[in-house]
Design a protein around this ligand. Structure first.
Ligand code: FPP
Ligand code: MG
Length: 349
């Protein structure tokens, strides 16, 4: 079994906020304490298993960068509110993965067995529900209506993204509009919320708020595009979850969309062939045939330059993200925000 230590630092990027991350981990691992013993140990196990804490890091770094810039804080307890916001983001993210693993029937995540692989679906669903509930309790404690709205909309987005993903399974004729909307809904919206909620703690102009929201949203779009690429090109040991799962599950993501676009012009016959192979995955009960289809699809993606083009799209998003925060004065926090954006592209899992 592959095991990941709790990710404390990502190549040193989190150094300026390591105390914040440590405090957050302590809250998540040791201080959630539901009164059910099994729920308590499930949650503890999940948060101990790792996770990059990328979403909280966005909030911590933006908050510290704005404080460093001397921007006026709107609340005397803004630091408490910041910790609540980061906990909310990680709880919502983790809960959505716990539910997603049931939906996708995934048995391994972050190099460890998923909750649904160890417990029945009832317990697993309730564990996710409990995290959502705790996020709601924390939202009430933040006590800023706009922040409640920001995260409530994220919950809607996550559900719409996930349902769209289920509805569009194996639809090889899916569209770019659908792909971008799904990517925003299921991933970028939460990154965006982590940035936007911090803007509510400071007295900022609309232009500054928009720039910070741009950072979060674009980073999230890039993050998901890289996720889609890695699912195709990486392996289980590196990813901490099975590779090739998206195509097997009928997800037509960016590398395939780009490959289809290329083949439409250059080799319609090959396009029809690979589309029919993917469309037929659910009726195929031979794992060898399915894995051959995945290999063929990857070969086509490489031949058509779709993997490189997908990376280019992610890089464009990251450039826009970094432009968004250019108004911030130089600091170790701003430097980390830029490095975080670069890491999203370079990451291997
Ligand atoms: C991972 O996608 C899944 C998500 C990012 C969001 C899942 C959202 C839900 C289950 C709905 C949330 C429910 C509520 C009540 C808010 P993936 O399967 O592409 O990624 P993976 O390969 O990491 O599993
Ligand atoms: Mg999944």
């Amino acid at each position: 079994m592959i095991s990941f230590p709790l990710v404390k630092t990502i190549e040193g990027i989190f150094d300026p906020i390591q105390n914040d991350i440590d405090e957050l981990n302590d809250r998540l691992i040791n201080r959630i304490s539901p009164d059910s013993h099994s729920l308590c140990s499930i949650l503890q196990g999940i948060f101990e298993a790792g996770g990059k804490r990328l979403r909280p890091a966005i909030s911590f770094l933006l908050f510290r960068a704005l404080r460093f810039a001397g921007r006026e804080e709107l609340y005397s307890d803004s630091e408490d509110k910041l910790f609540l916001v980061t906990e909310i983001a990680e709880l919502i993210h983790t809960a959505s993965l716990v539910h997603d693993d049931i939906i996708d029937n995934s048995l391994i995540r972050r190099g460890a067995p998923t909750t649904n692989s160890k417990w029945d679906n009832a317990i697993t669903v309730i564990s996710g529900d409990f995290m959502f509930a705790r996020a709601a309790v924390n939202l009430a404690k933040v006590n800023i209506n706009k922040v409640v709205e920001i995260f409530a909309v994220v919950l809607e987005n996550l559900c719409s993204g996930e349902i769209r993903q289920v509805e569009q399974k194996y639809n090889v004729d899916t569209t770019w509009d659908y792909y971008y909307l799904k990517t925003y809904n299921k991933t970028a919206s939460l990154f965006e919320a982590c940035a936007e909620s911090v803007t509510e703690l400071f007295d900022l102009s609309d232009k500054e708020k928009k720039a910070i929201v741009t950072y979060g949203c674009n980073l999230g779009m890039a993050f998901q595009i890289i996720d889609d690429i890695l699912d195709f090109t990486s392996d289980e040991e590196t990813l901490g979850k099975p590779a090739g799962a998206d195509i097997k599950e009928g997800q037509i993501n960016i590398p395939l969309l780009l490959a289809f676009e290329d083949l439409k012009l250059k080799d319609p016959e090959k396009l029809a062939y690979i589309k029919s192979r993917i469309r037929n995955i659910p009726t195929e009960d031979s794992p060898i045939t399915i894995s051959t289809t995945i290999k063929e699809a990857l070969k086509i993606c490489n031949e058509t330059g779709a993997i490189d083009k997908s990376y280019s799209k992610a890089i464009d998003y990251v450039k826009d993200a970094v432009t968004g925060i250019s108004f911030l004065p130089e600091s170790s926090y701003k430097e980390a925000l830029v490095k975080l954006a670069e890491f999203v592209i370079k990451r291997k899992n």
